[in-house]
Design a protein around this ligand. Structure first.
Ligand code: GDG
Length: 735
């Protein structure tokens, strides 16, 4: 069955035109459109976005015209709100800040409210069309609050998000007012997958999560309240074959020859950008001017074609830029040009695909030097279109594409001398060297094309969606109990791994009061009397306490989340971690500060861990204190020496060499068990559940919360009753 994917972007990539009384829906070209087209054969696509056409035109259109292959849902936004959301929050705060232009931002509260409102409008539009099992894929910085609104009840929806622009250093994210910033970050964590173009953007995003939300990630995943988000880089690409084969299109070839004939004496440098301050056009002009000034021999023999595309003209910064660029071009042409030759050919217009390809393939050099750019598809398109393997790409090291197109001449676009040298190198480069570099880059792009990009992203979305779905709570039913009971009765070698606090005993204000009562003791004794059973208590507690309470029983004990272990009947405890925790002094000092300042909180120190308990703290700001403490710990943990566990009213720091998962793996290696039951209530128990995935493994989470355990029981009493029920059973063989 075809999967339904709802693509969401600020604008729909369609416009309606009326020709000879008939309507036509015309699709704009662009990276995202090609990507979506590439997956539209196997998936049913619906595209949601703001319309570029009027509502009455749309009404008329749908009455008279068959719907296009890709279904579209246009949103008609109120012009005033749309202006505050688009020109305001999106393009006067997020765009400049994310492209490292903090001084161009304008932190206006009305912008933020409009952004919230429009993101909510998108959310309700999606909620009104979505069906079970549909996938929602949101695109770009205009819609960063949307995942959070989709996740809200009723009809909570998981989505995924891709950012097309850079994600900057957390020091820039810090500049956004705290409430806005945190709402954006928290919203993105409602996604199954958050994707960026490069590893650096991923790094910056994770750093922001650490710094502002006090959250720690494991590799490329982060789990919050039982929901996992994958954070990864997916460098967007182009339809390689489309650009490569266009070289031979007769119209392209004709136009290419025309350009070459016209400027036959000159080396042609081509550049194409949307008119935007992030594109570095002024610096580029300065470098070109310096080249002409210092190399008189090039005058008359070199030409820069600059094509700019109109953009965001309503925003002052853009209009100003246009004036500066045009004045600069006139000045350079006036200074160095003559009747026969102008050094710069300037166009302020949209080129047809054939014209664009003619420029890409006629030029000697493509000059792509943005000051910052998420990816930059122009660079990739230029390379792909050079079927002749000639031409040279000069590329800014601050474009995402620089991570992949390593055979380009990479430059710092702020360094005018370096850009001048790169242009000189490029125009002098020998054909065989051009061919070598082009071939290397084409090889990369041929494999890493836009189809692969979309496929990889969608694959990850499906996997994480499944992982999250499996994590929902599943309260144990009568049938589930029967299934476990039958498996128990049919088995001969059983392993029962039980957490202690919150699983076998309820929580107490003071941890030392959670002494096992007679019911628990009798149950454990009785379970171990059955020769088919091996019982292990695996707890975050220290070894002395476990020894004191259970040392005399015939059960194995694992303390400090599996860092220390003692087998039943054995006197000695084994340290499973050889490492002496060097981090303890600095963590202790910090924990002491918090326990002194926050009345009711206290420290518990173990051999490999320090726990800060706050279960009796009444201060309403406790969540804020916990986040601050966690942030400070992350800061201390630069060398990745320890794990920070946000447990049940406890924040625990422990050595990261072992956890309950690694402990469980080890104990499974010791014997061939045919029945394993594991029960726990805490986040630390999830590691154990994760390891136990076979059909004879039964994992139970205490509490109705999302988990990767197979079942949930409501409370300690349910656990004890269930274990008592198992214990009463006779083994089938002994009957
Ligand atoms: C974002 C990010 C990221 C441009 N002028 C003409 C024309 N174009 C086409 C190019 C290319 C696209 O527009 C521009 O590519 P960018 O990479 O600059 O993309 P944007 O859509 O502006 O921006 C950017 C991208 O998203 C993808 O994630 O790379 O970093 O800012 O495809 O060919 N096409 C035609 N005539 C033109 O005059 N036919």
């Amino acid at each position: 069955m075809q999967k339904k994917i709802i693509i969401v972007s600020n604008r729909l990539p369609y416009r309606i035109e009326r020709k000879n009384g008939k309507f036509e829906l015309l699709q704009s070209s662009g990276g995202l459109v090609s990507a979506i087209q590439s997956v539209s054969k196997e998936n049913h696509i619906i595209w949601v976005g703001a319309a570029d056409f009027k509502e009455d035109l749309w009404e008329e259109f749908i009455k008279t015209t068959p719907l296009p292959e890709i279904n579209i849902v246009p949103l008609f936004l109120n012009k005033k709100i749309e202006n505050l959301y688009y020109n305001g929050f999106s393009n006067s705060i997020i765009w400049p800040l994310f492209h490292y232009f903090p001084s161009f931002t304008e932190y206006n509260t009305d912008f933020y409210y409009a952004y919230v409102e429009v993101n909510k409008i998108f959310a309700s539009a999606i909620k009104s069309i979505i069906k079970k099992n549909d996938t929602v894929w949101i695109h770009d910085y205009h819609l960063m609050l949307l995942p959070g609104f989709l996740k809200q009840a009723p009809n909570s929806i998981n989505s995924s998000f891709f950012l097309h622009i850079p994600f900057p250093s957390h020091e820039l994210i810090r500049l956004i007012p705290e409430e806005w910033r945190n709402n954006i970050l928290k919203s993105l964590l409602c996604c199954d997958v958050v994707g960026f173009h490069t590893e650096q953007y991923v790094y910056h995003f994770k750093k922001s999560l650490e710094t502002f939300l006090g959250l720690q990630y494991k590799d490329d995943q982060i789990s919050v309240d039982g929901h996992t988000t994958k954070i990864n880089d997916y460098p967007i690409s182009i339809d390689f074959e489309k650009f490569y084969s266009a070289y031979d299109h007769p119209q392209v070839a004709r136009k290419r020859e025309r350009i070459r004939d016209k400027y036959s004496q000159a080396k042609i440098i081509f550049s194409l950008d949307r008119l935007d301050y992030s594109k570095g056009v002024i610096k580029r002009l300065q470098a070109f001017e310096q080249l002409l000034r210092t190399n008189a021999n090039l005058r008359g023999n070199i030409l820069l074609i600059i094509n700019l595309i109109p953009s965001r003209e309503e925003i002052n910064k853009y209009a100003e830029r246009k004036t500066i660029i045009e004045e600069s071009i006139s000045r350079i042409n006036g200074l160095y040009g003559n009747f026969l030759w102008q050094p710069i050919v300037y166009q302020y217009q949209h080129l047809s695909f054939d014209e664009l390809l003619a420029c890409y393939t006629a030029c000697d050099v493509a000059l792509v030097t943005p000051l910052r750019d998420g990816m930059n598809l122009v660079a990739k398109e230029f390379v792909a279109s050079r079927k002749d393997r000639q031409g040279c790409l000069i590329l800014s090291e601050f474009a995402g594409a620089a991570n992949e197109l390593k055979s380009a001449l990479l430059v710092n676009p702020n360094d005018i001398n370096a850009m001048q040298s790169a242009i000189l190198n490029a125009i002098k480069m020998k054909p065989f060297e051009q061919e070598k570099r082009m071939s290397e880059m084409q090889e990369h792009l041929r494999i890493n094309d836009v189809n692969n990009w979309a496929k990889k992203y969608l694959q990850d979305m499906t996997n994480i969606k499944l992982q999250n779905k499996n994590r929902l709570s599943h309260q144990m039913t009568y049938e589930d109990k029967v299934q476990i009971i039958e498996a128990y009765q049919a088995s001969f070698k059983r392993l029962l791994i039980l957490d202690y606090d919150g699983t076998l005993v309820r929580f107490y204000d003071k941890p030392q009061n959670a002494v096992p009562d007679n019911r628990v003791k009798n149950l454990l004794v009785s379970l171990t009397e059955n020769p088919f059973n091996k019982v292990v208590i695996v707890s975050g507690r220290d070894s002395a306490t476990l020894e004191h309470w259970f040392g005399h029983l015939n059960i194995d004990l694992a303390a400090e989340h599996g860092l220390k272990y003692k087998e039943a009947g054995n006197k000695n405890w084994f340290n499973l971690s050889n490492k002496q925790p060097l981090w303890k002094n600095k963590v202790r000092a910090l924990a002491e500060r918090y326990s002194e300042e926050i009345v009711g909180s206290f420290i518990e120190e173990k051999e490999h861990a320090i726990a800060w308990h706050y279960r009796t703290v009444e201060d309403t700001k406790i969540e804020e204190y916990k986040t601050n403490f966690s942030k400070e710990l992350i800061w201390l943990n630069k060398e990745n020496e320890f794990d920070i566990l946000l447990g049940n009213k406890v924040l625990e720091v422990k050595s990261n060499t072992e956890n309950k998962g690694t402990f469980t793996k080890n104990i499974l290696l010791q014997n061939q068990y045919d029945f394993v039951l594991s029960i726990g209530d805490d986040v630390t128990d999830e590691d154990m559940f994760y390891v136990l995935q076979n059909n004879y493994h039964f994992t139970i989470k205490v509490g109705l919360v999302p988990t990767c355990a197979k079942f949930n029981l409501i409370n300690v009493n349910d656990v004890l009753s269930f274990l008592e029920q198992l214990n009463m059973l006779k083994n089938k063989i002994s009957e």
